[in-house]
Design a protein around this ligand. Structure first.
Ligand SMILES: [Fe+2]
Ligand SMILES: [Fe+2]
Length: 304
């Protein structure tokens, strides 16, 4: 066991977030699954200030649990958009709310659903947004291990990349950010290595538990296995503790709810992308606590 303080080593995958990136860098903040009203409270509290403090050029938020833990509605999508989400990705819960077609068809909300649902499906599996004069494509895919059967996400990303204009002679890749929504860490890692050098960043979502493996793969693709969650801290992946324990004790279906008061966690990751080459230069976690009783609860009481 080391008893003396060791000098901090420089990690080339990290960059100081207090410095604004230059014009040659696109800074992307990706935020883990927003879960219920506490998740939306944390998003409202942190996204505007992180936009300024981190000099974020693009904020991508996973919103698949924003409506009470199940799906995303027009109301919750608008709330996330209004507090700073430029693009909202989803996942296996995408179809849970009755107004999901309106959500996906509203171009201002920029909500993307997993691309590998069988055709035809409402909405789009990838969308393009202009950031600092560059086209940035945000794609959303679902894994298949321990998940519902679905089209192959590996072939699906190939099809998306095939449609994007690029100039292979200069060696630059189009700027593509992928939310790979999956359960199995092996599938997430395999997907990231499969697209290494062809996309700018891959971040995993769905497990609601943040991972500490943020890095840049050899081909220049930024990667992390899971962003984590933005939602109730005293919960079991977002659902109330007691009900979830009852599910395991009884092995019967117990309808889960989500805490609506208390502390909330905010899990996100910053990717710095070279605007010219599309390669990732840095990957860094941003994890915050939205403590109840400070201004979090005050915001909840405010009329909306
Ligand atoms: Fe989720
Ligand atoms: Fe999910």
């Amino acid at each position: 066991m080391t008893t003396h303080a060791e000098p901090e080593r420089h990690d080339p995958n990290r960059t100081p977030l207090e410095h604004a990136p230059g014009d040659d860098t696109i800074r992307v903040l990706a935020v883990g699954d927003i879960y219920g009203s506490l998740g939306r409270r944390a998003a409202k509290r942190f996204l505007p200030r992180l936009r300024a403090d981190l000099h974020a050029d693009l904020i991508i938020v996973n919103g698949e649990n924003s409506a009470g833990g199940r799906g995303i509605s027009l109301r919750t999508a608008r709330e996330l958009r209004d507090c700073g989400a430029d693009v909202i990705t989803t996942g296996n819960h995408v179809w849970a709310q009755p107004d999901i077609r309106q959500v996906l068809n509203d171009e201002d909300l920029r909500v993307v659903r997993p691309a590998n649902f069988p055709d035809p499906a409402p909405g789009a599996g990838a969308l393009r947004i202009t950031v600092k004069g560059r086209d940035v494509t945000v794609a959303n895919l679902l894994g298949r291990v321990f998940m519902e059967p679905l089209d192959d996400p590996f072939r699906a990303i190939d099809a998306i990349l095939f449609t994007l204009a690029h100039n292979p002679e200069d060696g630059n890749r189009p700027i593509v950010i992928v939310d790979f929504h999956a359960e199995a860490t092996s599938e997430k890692q395999a997907f990231a290595w499969y697209v290494d050098g062809r996309v700018s960043a891959v971040f995993g979502t769905h497990t609601h538990v943040p991972t500490a493996d943020g890095r840049i793969l050899p081909g220049g693709t930024g990667y992390i296995t899971d962003l984590g969650m933005t939602g109730p801290r005293d919960s079991i992946i977002g659902a109330t503790v007691e009900q979830t324990i009852q599910r395991f004790l009884t092995q019967r279906s117990v309808r889960l709810q989500t805490p609506e008061t208390g502390d909330a966690i905010f899990n996100g990751v910053v990717f710095d992308i070279d605007a010219r080459t599309g390669a990732c230069r840095a990957v860094q976690r941003v994890d915050l606590l939205d403590a109840a009783g400070i201004d979090g609860d005050a915001q909840r009481r405010a009329p909306s």
